[in-house]
Design a protein around this ligand. Structure first.
Ligand SMILES: [Zn+2]
Length: 93
């Protein structure tokens, strides 16, 4: 399921991903034009913000960027009718 990866575009764009996630998304990015465009747009916006204030965007802005990114994420490519997430239903922790 790559839906989760689509949602990471915002975090990736602002370098907020842990390395392991970064690697996963970086790989996904090469195959997903939607996320590639999203990352590019977010980076352009972030760069503009940085220019405007002549300093790195404040940390408090990050959650808002991530939230905006999640909302603007392109819709999932395809839905599988009837098919839920495969795999067993694991127990709790
Ligand atoms: Zn994607």
């Amino acid at each position: 399921m790559n839906d989760e990866l689509h949602a990471l575009s915002g975090a990736y764009a602002v370098h907020a991903l842990p390395y392991a996630e970064w690697v996963r998304f970086d790989r996904h990015l090469r195959a997903c034009a939607g996320c590639a465009t999203e990352v590019r747009r977010l980076r352009e916006t972030a760069a503009r913000l940085a220019e405007a204030v002549a300093q790195p965007p404040p940390a408090r802005l990050r959650p808002r960027l991530l939230d905006a990114a999640r909302r603007s994420t392109h819709p999932p490519p395809a839905r599988r009718p009837g098919g839920g997430h495969g795999g067993g239903h694991g127990g709790g922790d």
